[in-house]
Design a protein around this ligand. Structure first.
Ligand code: GLU
Length: 274
């Protein structure tokens, strides 16, 4: 059965870009007589806040959306993501990276929306790693694309997914060896999102085109973990008056500020061309 989701992170109030994304997914589910799922992606406990989660429910209900209950909140399932991480470790596709906390938090917590290209990292020599481990220096786990390719063998070259009606060949090397976890941050967006899409039976991932690159690494995680690959649809982004992508910092265009100023959901829909 067709199932899609809207998966916001409660790090700020929703804006018109979110409304577009949520409606695009909701409308697709309605058209297919399928399921619409709301998921709260709050693995980054340093940035997520309960009041933003409460506001998500309120704002989406105001838009006229309905969704399945109970809502899956990722922070309730950290053990699940850790178990998947253990499986990847057992497969031998992860390696430790001892970059500083600051460097790593940027790599792991930064919105998945901005990719700055692969970082030049690789596994350390065994003795060097042993030394750092012994010194107690904290580390993160990175997914080795080279080892993943080795493990997946002949499947590696045919890795791909359907996006916007076309078959796309995966090019995970554009993203490089991404950080999947570290001690105080047991799951990156990538791992939690891929696992939950499978757990929740998502057949169609509908989201902004700023996340199109992420699919190239998600398909690798799906293959390694034996999960199905959904069909992707990456929709256009809604831009602000300066031609920039709406971000949570554009507080003037939050759905709640529009509501308070008397704008109706129907007017927002029309302005978004829906
Ligand atoms: N949680 C992500 C966000 O806040 C969306 C993830 C996804 O749709 O795959 O934008």
């Amino acid at each position: 059965m067709f199932a899609t989701r809207f998966a916001p992170s409660p790090t700020g109030y929703l804006h018109v870009g979110h409304a577009f994304s949520a409606w695009t997914a909701f409308d697709a589910a309605q058209a297919a007589q399928g399921r619409f799922i709301l998921r709260i992606e709050d693995t980054d406990q340093t940035r997520c806040r309960p009041e933003f989660e409460a506001a998500i429910y309120e704002d989406l209900a105001w838009l006229g959306l309905t969704w399945e209950r109970p809502v899956r909140r990722q922070s309730d399932h950290m053990a699940d993501y850790e178990a998947a991480l253990e499986r990847l470790k057992a497969l031998g596709v992860l390696y430790r990276c001892f970059k500083t906390r600051k460097e790593l938090m940027e790599a792991i917590a930064s919105a998945p929306h901005s990719f700055s290209g692969p970082e030049p990292v690789s596994p350390l020599a065994e003795d060097e790693e042993a030394q750092l481990l012994q010194s107690g220096k904290p580390y993160a786990w990175r997914l080795s694309l080279a080892r993943s390719a080795g493990l997946l063998g002949a499947h590696w070259d045919s890795l791909g997914f359907e996006a916007n009606g076309h078959w796309v060949k995966a090019h995970p090397a554009h993203l490089g060896d991404i950080v999947l976890a570290r001690k105080e941050f047991p799951s990156s967006y990538h791992l939690a999102s891929v696992l939950d899409d499978a757990r929740q039976g998502i057949t169609h991932v509908i989201r902004g085109e700023d996340l199109a690159e992420a699919a190239h690494i998600h398909v690798v995680l799906q293959k390694l973990l034996g999960l199905p690959t959904p069909i992707y649809h990456h929709h256009r982004l809604i831009l602000d008056a300066d031609g920039k992508r709406f971000a949570k910092r554009n507080q003037s265009v939050t759905l709640r500020s529009l509501r308070e100023s008397g704008t109706s959901p129907a007017e927002i829909r029309t302005s978004l061309g829906l």
